[in-house]
Design a protein around this ligand. Structure first.
Ligand SMILES: Cc1ncc(C[n+]2csc(CCOP(=O)(O)OP(=O)(O)O)c2C)c(N)n1
Ligand SMILES: [Mg+2]
Length: 277
């Protein structure tokens, strides 16, 4: 589906990773590790020909919508939007600064390309359902993509939304669960186990596929698969690693909400350049 090769997409993913770290380290706050786990999925959406969008017309009525429900991964969204041309990549270094539209969590009223103001976990899927339902009512063919965290999936509203989407047969809706196995305070499995997650979704009348969320080719195939499903919403369970691409973030396991110290930044950049091992 993509006009870009896997290698070209991997190169874009490297840029996105570096910009996530540059912005959060400059800000001295934010969530780099939560952003890094979603890089391949977001790169495929915006640069792999999945999302129908036009950075020059962020309000184009027929655009596909991407909603980052795990809004704390705002540096991921901002890096992808900047790389796509919604605004300048120089603006990334204003993240979380007083007056900057690049707020700690995405604000749809201040930044082009942001489809929903998120950050309060659990709400993005409901917003996405609103768009998907509107497309059906209006006879439009745009699609809606939502990215949720795995810890976020514990929110009650998430299950109301999933039940509703299944019953409404919203086949223009694709949910990606960024399954990095950690939430703020520890391992998801130890806090509120989600398994069997695929079975739960299937029983809610969803189609489900499980992939390695860092393998570009698997991510690409999953989006192709989603497009081919009719009569049901689709969930892509993407197994990922929090902090992916930077060994000392990955090793830490749950390096949540902490920027890389300035003195470690060059080391992190070098690892990202070397590519995923
Ligand atoms: C309703 C709500 N409760 C708590 C928080 C605080 N919080 C921010 S990130 C986070 C952990 C989220 O974990 P997960 O969804 O797995 O995302 P990850 O960072 O692992 O990608 C929490 C509890 C919040 N933003 N919203
Ligand atoms: Mg998580």
């Amino acid at each position: 589906m993509s006009e870009r090769s896997t290698q070209e997409l991997q190169e874009i993913a490297k840029k996105i990773r570096k910009n996530i770290l540059a912005a959060t380290t400059e800000a001295g706050s934010g969530h780099p590790s939560s952003s890094l786990s979603g890089v391949e999925v977001a790169t495929m959406l915006y640069f792999g020909g999945v999302l129908r969008h036009d950075p020059k017309r962020p309000e184009w009525p027929d655009r596909d919508r991407f909603i980052l429900s795990k809004g704390h991964a705002a540096p991921l969204l901002y890096s992808v939007l900047a790389e796509a041309g919604y605004f300048s990549t120089d603006d990334l270094l204003t993240l979380r600064k007083f007056g900057s539209p690049l707020e700690g969590h995405p604000n749809m009223r201040r930044l082009p390309g942001v489809e929903a103001s998120t950050g309060s976990l659990g709400q993005g899927l409901s917003i996405g359902i609103g768009h998907a339902l509107a497309a059906k009512v209006d006879g439009k063919d745009y699609r809606v993509f939502v990215m949720q965290g795995d810890g976020e999936t514990q929110e009650g509203q998430v299950w109301e939304a999933k039940m509703f989407a299944g019953n409404q047969q919203l086949d223009n809706l694709t949910l990606i669960i960024d399954r990095n196995r950690y939430q703020q305070t520890g391992k998801v499995v130890e806090i509120e186990d989600l398994d069997p997650l695929a079975d739960k979704l299937t029983s809610f009348k969803w189609e489900v596929t499980e992939i390695d969320g860092h393998e570009m080719d698997q991510v690409s195939k999953a989006f192709d698969w989603a497009r081919g499903v009719s009569g049901k919403p689709q969930a892509i369970l993407a197994s990922t690693k929090k902090g992916r691409g930077v060994s000392f973030l990955e090793k830490e396991g749950n390096y949540h909400g902490k920027p890389v110290p300035k003195e470690e930044l060059e080391k992190a950049f070098k690892e990202i350049e070397a590519g995923l091992s």
